[in-house]
Write a protein that binds this ligand. Sequence first.
Ligand SMILES: Nc1nc2c(ncn2[C@@H]2O[C@H](COP(=O)(O)OP(=O)(O)OP(=O)(O)O)[C@@H](O)[C@H]2O)c(=O)[nH]1
Ligand SMILES: [Mg+2]
Length: 207
Amino acid sequence: MDVLDAEFVAGATALGQLPAPTFAEVAFAGRSNVGKSSLINSLVRRKKLVRTSGAPGCTRAINIFRVRLRTNDDEAHLDLVDLPGYGYAQRSKAERKSWGPLIEGFLSERPGLRGAVVIVDIRRGTQDDDLQLLEFLQSVGVTPILVATKIDKLPTSKRKPAIAKFQREVKHRVIPYSSVTGDGWDALWERVLSVSSIDRPIEAAQD
Ligand SMILES: Nc1nc2c(ncn2[C@@H]2O[C@H](COP(=O)(O)OP(=O)(O)OP(=O)(O)O)[C@@H](O)[C@H]2O)c(=O)[nH]1
Ligand SMILES: [Mg+2]
């Protein structure tokens, strides 16, 4: 698998502003500052395609990025969707109020959506809002892909037990990842590609 190309397609703060889906989509969701945007940059091997920040609440819109991939001599497109982070108390009430429906609306109404990468900081583990998101995904029938990120911040000996604990909490396989070292790149792409069935046309998802 090779990422040939990646480009910004569209950004929106309301669902109605988004272009209709053209290709299969995979969303990236998680608490604010957990590393969603960095994860997308790391997956497409570009440092600055997606804006990242040390200050939580950096991504305030839904941003769509299109990647062109080569898999077994075939070329295919996939859209990666960076969602605003949840759980950040410092934002204004109005902003927090509008984000819930924005994120949930996207996850429940987008016909091309094949899966959602749910990202948790390995040092923090799952919190209530992560579990709520997983429940929500289940209720709307979107396949979750769980990722524990920032594993470079834990000593190697502590990673396995942390992943095991995380897997017990979410009752799901968890892929360890580091956007700094690229650890987990193959495993995550394999999972993303298997969930997104890029050869299946968007219309097929609508019935
Ligand atoms: N060490 C380390 N730092 C990371 C990793 N991923 C992200 N970071 C750092 O974490 C901070 C937040 O990263 P972002 O990618 O902006 O996080 P986000 O989830 O998109 O944040 P919001 O858009 O605010 O919700 C930045 O300072 C990143 O450099 C990682 O795997 N390892
Ligand atoms: Mg972000």
